[in-house]
Design a binder for this molecule. Sequence first.
Ligand SMILES: Cc1cc2nc3c(=O)[nH]c(=O)nc-3n(C[C@H](O)[C@H](O)[C@H](O)COP(=O)(O)OP(=O)(O)OC[C@H]3O[C@@H](n4cnc5c(N)ncnc54)[C@H](O)[C@@H]3O)c2cc1C
Length: 396
Amino acid sequence: MDTSDSARQLSFDNTAKAFNHKSNGELKETFRLFKLMSNRTLVNLGSGLGKFAASLNIGFINHIIKNTIFKQFCGGENLLDCQETIDELYANKVLTILDYGLEGKSSEADIDHIKDEIIRGAKLAASNSSVPVVVIKMSGLVDNAVLEAAKDLNTLSDEHRIAYDKLVNRVNTICQSAAELGVGVFIDAEESWLQDTIDNLAMEMMLQYNHTKCIVYNTYQMYRHDRLDYLKASFETLNKAGVFLGAKIVRGAYMDKERSRAEELGYPSPIQSTKADTDRDYNAAIAFCTERYEQIGSCCATHNLESSYLQAKLINDYNIDYNHPHINFCQLYGMSDYISFNLADEGYNVAKYVPYGPIKEVIPYLIRRAKENTSVTGEMGRELKYVTSEIKRRSL
Ligand SMILES: Cc1cc2nc3c(=O)[nH]c(=O)nc-3n(C[C@H](O)[C@H](O)[C@H](O)COP(=O)(O)OP(=O)(O)OC[C@H]3O[C@@H](n4cnc5c(N)ncnc54)[C@H](O)[C@@H]3O)c2cc1C
């Protein structure tokens, strides 16, 4: 797809804008961190040690994590802690999407705590124009075995049925509170073997809460070869019912896991054959949503420069107001600031996914961020390149 004309006037190279929110000291810390993360051996060693140390809850190690990688990628340990991050982003025209990052919990008390915390986030969002959306990760609200089994409700065991009904109840309580508060809910996409259940529930929630406003958004992973068709089919169903489709468009985070499971169990991989195929469908998906922006609320959730340019170009081509609530960009907190802050400065709707939670609970998230940044090419190369040029610009 051609992204070479008008939107090209938009530049992601303005590092003064991209790092305006960072003091000289913070910028140097960011540089040191990304430089460290480019060392694969160190990251592998640190990942193992970090998990172990966090499980022991050793004070000085928690302190080191808190002041380095946690500070770079998380908003804080609780909602109150996040306020400073929220304000700092907002001062630079970037909104916050609250993502309570607890993973792998299975006790009823822990799961209810996660549900309550998401609702607390929605209440904060309702009283705070800098926070438009909260996130649900369904695997945080029920055991994975139940998510996997519930793709066919007719074959559920009694035990799984009870757990599934509780999941529906929790998700519905969150979406209902969010709808009453006028706050958006992004439902994250997960592994393909869990996704059918997530999709079914997301559709139910959209049918229930997206009548007058786009409240609930499902996530569509374009590294799957069937997702562009599924996005279109979801639109057909909801549009016939007179309901908005909410679509967060991502490439997908579990590629290696998907491919190796498919190979191990001997079924065709759900993942596209090449990166170019993923890029093609990603760009087609944002074009599909933008073309129907009156019926679809969408979020271009990516760190990819071409797709970000393309989304900006489509907004221009369709002559859509930059701040139309149905067209949004989003990046992860601590990453791709050159995209977020330059877009925000031009007046587009931009938000950061801001994960938060107790340090030892968000370690798996931090390890994923560190691992995806170990390559000296691609994302990592770009992060370092932009931080380095801002350091040079400031003569630090
Ligand atoms: C705000 C936000 C929210 C997100 N929410 C989710 C979510 O709910 N669920 C989820 O799964 N992910 C989510 N992600 C992560 C996302 O799916 C990607 O893993 C990540 O953003 C990297 O892709 P990219 O579009 O930024 O850029 P790029 O760096 O251009 O793309 C990398 C991605 O391309 C795909 N890819 C790479 N190589 C190949 C190949 N050989 N063949 C086919 N495809 C390939 C993979 O998906 C890989 O992650 C989110 C990301 C953001 C920014």
